[in-house]
Ligand binder design. Structure first.
Ligand SMILES: NC(=O)c1ccc[n+]([C@@H]2O[C@H](COP(=O)([O-])OP(=O)(O)OC[C@H]3O[C@@H](n4cnc5c(N)ncnc54)[C@H](O)[C@@H]3O)[C@@H](O)[C@H]2O)c1
Ligand SMILES: [Zn+2]
Ligand SMILES: [Zn+2]
Length: 370
């Protein structure tokens, strides 16, 4: 079948809207029609060339939700009409990491940048060329194929646009505070960068009982939004935030600093490290250019102050457990999703959506396929 899709023919490059041919789902795959797709900064990393795809053309998008249209012959738990959230790491349930309950680290994660499905072949095509799929799901194609394990079934009463956000931004941000940062009641937390990820780190830190959540962003709109969604304080730069955290902790510094800027650098992590107290944790969630190798931290301070620098993929969340769990929190009024969507775009306007993200005027922009 045919589908509209936003595709990169090269990187750095702009998204081009083309018609792609979508194959039938193979044995363990499903065909999904997306209703909504979130504009995460990670897709922009591929467009800017910070992070390369193994294959071009490349159809982006890893945050989305929609309706199952058809299932492969061996799919057992899904049927046409089911509502699903796309998970960009389809946990296999059998590898060491899945066995440890760390589905976010499943060995299937190797496919995130390869562009094929799990059998090593492509499902999208354009003008006789194979088109790579982002993270096995490509939510920037209205119709797309994904592995059955990548399609997390959800309650049909939940609006699909809100559900889309629990495909990446919510678990990644919330889990950066709650799982990776181990935020505890009474703590002082700094969130560095308030985009679709950082705003959910703010929500997670607040929910975990942080007594002060300091949201840092140079964009005024982001600071205003953070105050509405759980931040107690805001700052426009890390110097201000560090001074505030130290003044609140008798000079010690923040218990946890979560780095969720758009493009991470070693300098950002160094600033976060300097803002963290003894035995505190820096969480690095933001993605850097693939060649960024150096973090300027003082090694004496690192050891003697017993600090931690903790990476976090998908907020250390497990998609098949945590996607329903987040949606339950949303239904119970404990997690805000609707407030995270600042603007809706047609697929044709995706480049405008990313310009708005860079201008600091969107918490999350969303492609509305309807
Ligand atoms: N680790 C993961 O699993 C994972 C998953 C998804 C996204 N990410 C990454 O998380 C990062 C954030 O994604 P997003 O979609 O929220 O991006 P975004 O562009 O929407 O938000 C980033 C925010 O950081 C702010 N910022 C930039 N420089 C700053 C600085 N020096 N200090 C404070 N704030 C600063 C920007 O103004 C912006 O508001 C990206 O690098 C993305 O690739 C990681
Ligand atoms: Zn993302
Ligand atoms: Zn696995």
């Amino acid at each position: 079948m045919k589908s509209r899709a936003a595709v990169l023919f090269e990187a750095p490059g702009k998204w081009e809207i083309v018609e792609v041919d979508v194959d039938e789902p193979k044995e363990y795959e499903v065909l999904v029609k997306y209703t909504a797709a979130g504009l995460c900064h990670s897709d922009d990393h591929v467009a800017k060339g910070d992070v390369p795809s193994a294959h071009y053309p490349y159809c982006g998008g890893h945050e989305g939700a929609g309706v199952v249209q058809a299932v492969g012959s061996k799919v057992r738990d899904l049927e046409p009409g089911d509502h699903v959230v796309a998970s960009f790491i389809p946990g296999c349930g059998r590898c060491r990491w899945c066995g440890e309950g760390k589905q976010n680290l499943c060995d299937n994660g190797a496919f995130m940048m390869l562009g094929t499905q799990l059998d090593g072949t492509f499902r999208l095509h354009h003008g006789g060329q194979d088109v790579a799929q982002c993270s096995l799901v490509s939510t920037f194609s209205e119709y797309s194929i994904m592995p059955e394990w990548g399609a997390v079934k959800i309650d049909k009463s939940i609006p699909l646009e809100s559900a889309a956000l629990v495909g990446c931004g919510v678990p990644t941000g919330w889990g950066s505070a709650v799982n990776a940062g181990q935020v505890r009641p009474g703590q002082v937390v700094i969130v560095m960068g308030v985009g679709g990820i950082g705003i959910n780190a703010v929500q997670g830190a607040k929910h975990a009982g942080a007594v002060r959540v300091i949201a840092v962003d140079p964009a005024p709109f982001k600071r205003e939004s953070a105050l509405k969604l759980g931040a107690t304080d805001v700052a426009s730069n890390m110097t201000e935030a560090t001074d505030l955290a130290q003044s609140l902790t008798n000079g010690q510094g923040a218990d946890c600093v979560i780095v969720t800027v758009g493009v991470a650098t070693g300098e950002h992590v160094g600033q976060a490290f300097a803002a963290t107290r003894k035995d505190g944790t820096v969480v690095l969630t933001a993605v850097a250019n693939i060649d960024e190798n150096v973090i300027p931290v003082n090694l004496f301070e690192f050891a003697m102050y017993q600090k931690r620098i903790q990476g976090a993929l998908f907020g250390m969340s497990s998609p098949s457990r945590d996607i329903p769990y987040f949606l339950n929190m949303y239904q119970q009024g404990q997690l805000k999703l609707d407030e995270l969507v600042t603007r809706r775009y047609k697929l044709e306007d995706i480049n405008q959506g990313y310009e708005d993200m860079h201008a600091g005027s969107n918490l999350r922009g969303v492609i509305d396929y309807s």
